[in-house]
Design a protein around this ligand. Structure first.
Ligand code: ACM
Length: 502
């Protein structure tokens, strides 16, 4: 009996050895998960003679050159002048949907890599994917041979950064853009004004920044972006296929404006600066014409600084504005936004005003506002606090963050779906998905990193990958493989105990 068992063991061992010796396709790990990946078991080897070539319009060349620079830095290879006949990485901008499509196709064989897309954004995203495919094998740097076909589920995949509770420099914002773009997110919503600070230069109302910007939560000096600096953020974002959407929160969350100008206050007196973290105590005087001159100037000046279709009017937590005054206010603000060529986005409370199709309602807490938005023909941007708020603590030991919506560990940030939240079958009425980082407890880039990553990777996958492919186990494995990319970028991310980090 013992002998038989031993022989059996020997046979099993031999089979295992043979299986391991056989060439298996490399495990391909890309985050967010692509629509389709087929590995074919071989490798494309990079060498100094690998060319990074582009066919088609100008942006393809820049994207190829950027990937060359990234691969040179990572591999130490000094790529020489490319040979047309060599083993190259070729970016092809195909005829088709030049503006709209973010889809791409990658084909890696032993002899070449061909990337195809109809729009530059698709080529850029293919570059993000190739960056994750590259790995070191012995002394060589290789890409696994494969075919990848990919396209996003939602056209709008956003993140909001609150630069009011604490101010963040242009350099910080650029670093943030680098990281969100790497996850194929395409919109940066900047929360520019709130009770604690006014963060954007308005030339016709200079006290907003002379007075209203010099404050933030705690002891700090605050700060603001000049219009030129804001345009620089917009330009840099566009280079990373990220659209910037500014938010001016009103009629509540306006103490910084009320500190700056007496005439915006109901009692005609300036307010005191506010360094705390309470909400819902401030309001513009909705019945004064000065208020609408102010809104008109602010919307006019900011709208001229960026190309995106939307202007975010805030509208949340206006708890000291009477309901009829709130509705009156929003109904006057919407035509102003439209007059300057923008469509309106507002937090879900705005659904109570005269919104219509073309407007976007950003859902953060009450599901009934989704039905209200739909009843008016508006689409919904999905940002449920219990899943998508990056300022929620991971657990009771998190060093910063809030927990008014409970704790949001990585599983709670990943295991949900926008269509389920909106209670709809298809995605047609869903404008997109957005994560939000409020910064009451966030003082520097390491704080941003800790609360944003890796949770944002889960949100990115929800926005990009097909709903049917949602898979916690697969996601956590891909996250472990993605972590070195964050480390290389100096991102001090949260090492969740739910993940077996290497
Ligand atoms: C919000 O969290 N007040 C939109």
């Amino acid at each position: 009996m013992k002998k038989i068992a031993f022989s059996l063991l020997a046979v099993v061992a031999a089979v295992v050895v043979v299986l391991v010796a056989q060439k298996r396709p490399h495990e391909i790990s890309v985050l967010p998960l692509p629509v389709s990946v087929q590995a074919s078991g071989d490798e494309f080897k990079l060498s100094a003679s690998t060319g990074f070539l582009a066919e088609g319009a100008g942006e393809a060349g820049r994207i190829a050159a950027d990937l060359e620079a990234e691969f040179a830095a990572r591999t130490g290879l000094e790529f020489t002048e490319p040979q047309q006949e060599g083993k190259n990485i070729l970016f092809v901008l195909e005829d088709g949907d030049e503006n709209g499509s973010e889809a791409y196709h990658i084909s890696v064989t032993k002899d070449q890599v061909v990337v195809k897309a109809e729009a530059p954004a698709g080529l850029y995203y293919a570059g993000r994917t190739l960056g994750q495919l590259l790995f070191q094998q012995g002394h060589s740097w290789v890409l696994p041979t494969c075919e990848i076909a990919d396209a996003p589920r939602f056209a709008y995949r956003g993140v909001m950064l609150d630069v009011t509770r604490h101010f963040f420099t242009v350099e910080d914002v650029k670093r943030f853009i680098d990281r969100i773009a790497d996850l194929k997110l395409n919109t940066l919503h900047l929360h520019l004004t709130d009770d604690q600070g006014w963060r954007i230069e308005i030339k016709s109302w200079p006290e907003l920044t002379a007075v209203g910007a010099a404050c933030e939560v705690g002891e700090g000096d605050g700060g603001f972006y000049t219009q030129e600096e804001f345009k620089e953020i917009v330009r840099y974002a566009a280079e990373h296929y990220v659209t910037v959407i500014p938010e001016v929160d009103m009629p509540g969350h306006t103490n910084a404006a009320l500190v700056s100008y007496a005439e915006l206050n109901a009692d005609g007196k300036k307010k005191e600066p506010y360094r705390g973290i309470k909400v819902g105590f401030s309001t513009l005087d909705t019945r004064k014409e000065a208020t609408y001159r102010f809104v008109d100037d602010v919307v006019r000046e900011i709208s001229a600084l960026y190309p995106a279709e939307y202007f975010h009017v805030g509208g949340d937590e206006s708890r000291v504005t009477e309901e009829e005054d709130y509705i009156y206010f929003m109904n006057r603000v919407k035509p102003i936004v439209n007059k300057y060529g923008k469509k309106l986005i507002g937090w879900e409370e705005v659904a109570n005003a005269a919104v219509s199709s073309g407007d976007v309602i950003q859902i953060w807490k009450d599901r009934q506002n989704i039905d209200l938005a739909f009843s008016k023909g508006a689409k919904v941007l999905i940002s449920p606090a219990e899943h998508a708020y990056l300022d929620m603590q991971y657990d009771s030991t998190s060093r910063i963050g809030l927990h008014w919506k409970g704790y949001v560990e990585l599983d709670r940030a990943y295991n949900w779906d926008p269509a389920e939240v909106a209670n709809v079958e298809g995605d047609e009425q869903i404008f997109g998905v957005e994560s939000a980082l409020w910064t009451e407890t966030v003082e520097n880039f390491d704080d941003i990193s800790y609360l944003t990553f890796p949770r944002l990777a889960g949100h990115a996958e929800i926005g990009w990958s097909p709903r049917e492919s949602r898979d916690w186990d697969g996601y956590t494995k891909r996250l472990v493989r993605y972590a070195p990319r964050l480390e290389a970028a100096g991102v001090a991310f949260y090492r969740s105990p739910l993940i077996e980090w290497n």
